[in-house]
Design a protein around this ligand. Sequence first.
Ligand SMILES: [Ca+2]
Ligand SMILES: [Ca+2]
Ligand SMILES: [Ca+2]
Length: 672
Amino acid sequence: MTRPTLSCVCLALLPLWLACGSVSPRDPVDDDPFDPGGRPGGGGYGSGSGMSDGPPMCSESQRRCEHEFSYPGKGDEQSVELRGDFRPDGWSRGEPMKWEGGAWRVRVPVPWQAKVLYKFRILDKDGKEVWLPDPNNPEGEPDGFGGQNSVLRGVTCARWTCAPPVPMCAGPTAGTFDWRDAVLYFVFVDRFLDGNPGNNAPVSAPGLKAAANWQGGDWAGVTRKIREGYFQALGVNTLWLSVPMDNTDATGIGDDGELYTAYHGYWPRDLNKTERRFGTEAELRTLVDEAHRAGMKVLVDYAMNHVHKDSPIYQMHRADGWFNPLQQMGQDCICGQGICGWDGPYSKTCWFRDYLPDFNFANADARRFSVGNAVEWLQRIGLDGYRLDAVKHIELSWLLDLRARLTAEVEPRTNQHVYLVGETFSGNRDLLRSFVDPCRMLDGQFDFPLRAEVVSKLLMRQGRMQDLVAFVQSNKDFYGSGVMSTFLGNHDVPRVIHFAQDRPLWDSAWAGGRERSWMNQPARVSEQSAYERVALGMTLLMTIRGVPLIYYGDEIGLPGAGDPDNRRFMQWSNYSAGQQWLLERMKKLGALRAQHAVFRRGDLKTLSQTDDTWAYEMAEGAARAYVVLNRSDTERTVGGLPAAMLRDELSGERLTGPEVRVPPRGARVLLP
Ligand SMILES: [Ca+2]
Ligand SMILES: [Ca+2]
Ligand SMILES: [Ca+2]
């Protein structure tokens, strides 16, 4: 989608409180092909009620005055933006300015008689970025990074507008927790730690193999690891738990012809109950409370697309339009079969399997039920957000409704933006981006396209490093105000360690690896070099923006081919030297990211690149950090760094720029 520039021409034509104030700089309403037409509420200033002669009625705290900001400039700048606290997310999301009458200008509503801090973010004609205070405003104060913010004070006006009485979405960077700071760990509950053998209940069925059966992991086990500080030691501050809702006891044939149980959580049955094999609802609450006490957030997987056919909600509504019929266009419409492709016209109405009835969210009652169920779980358990499964297979209205209800009902009570991260398993960045809009839809998605680039260029050593550099440069602002989750592995792709072997087990980063899921399964990797390459990939993800995701076990290079072999039970002891080394390196990277905001929020700039090496700077305000990656199997000397003494946080060595040596398959994380 294109990003319309905010133009305030409309101010002359409409009453102020209906005009530009409600339009955010990248509001996609007009050109979003997925937009169903209505805004679900929240979202901005000035959705006030009708016109009158005088100013509208509202308390002073809600009054807003139009104020024109201007920056003299030269007129040859690529762009100039206003940044500041004139709006809750105004520091992270700028207001584009327009060149008019010899200056860059923009009019925005500012709070009545309040102090407003602001700055201009300028991209000059060469694309260089600078942040400057207002040269025409003598009043400023230190910005905490060695520079100055400009200060605007006490603006009042005769014709004010009113901030909406409805709660406003502040976005993922505002609130008590800035989601850019999140580091995520995916606990695949059934396979993590068995904290209570008393709730184990594997299914017995002829032909059912252990890898497809329940294996005993539970919430008590996760809680134990929170108490032991396992996640915190990795720098993890957010957990993603597999689906907690009751799942069926039945077995079903998977798309590979094998018999499966619902150990993964994606066959929900009673949407009002927790899964007994994972523990009681009280145990889930204990887990969340313990996580919160430890300063961690908790997301759970929510599978909204379908239920299992045993589900009471399906039994009640199988014939009244709540579910798409299995028969469509004269065939059983199973996703991926015949006319019912995973993409295309039936992608939202097809059934994943013939025992997984597909919700029809075009039906308002079905949608209200399902969105209400998601809101209810969030509030009842005290969750901080959702990982939303299979986003491209549901009607967009579901997502719009969920976000609107979270903004209106949940966030005002928690003063915390609810993080929604979606799964859209695709390399199509435009498709991924079409769902990313933190105040209307998703905060972010799992960055599958980035994963493919990192795995192929850093771990498999395909192509050239420059290809990865170009991709990351083009990707870093691609999703606008979205906060994407970056990752190397998850439960749908082969274990990352095998892509990093001296001879990778597959020749494409997109390989599913399922030909080895049930036979010829890979053993634990012995070569140290593979662990070093995984660490190299994680060094990149842990030193650039995004929410890095660690898939359980990847911190020790757990082996496994495609689904379900990539979901082996977690290994808690008897680490090999390579595993132990990787675990220690992951802790180091986690600590560095936690200590230095520049990695989480900074801007990336490439300093040098060759076929095998890459040096980049991360900068935020006055803070600087430098990262150098070497994917080759020989030591390399890499240039482009500052000619100064730098400390390598990974090795503890002191090095002097502008050139530094980097070990084979190694990295430097340098601080001044
Ligand atoms: Ca158990
Ligand atoms: Ca169950
Ligand atoms: Ca669907």
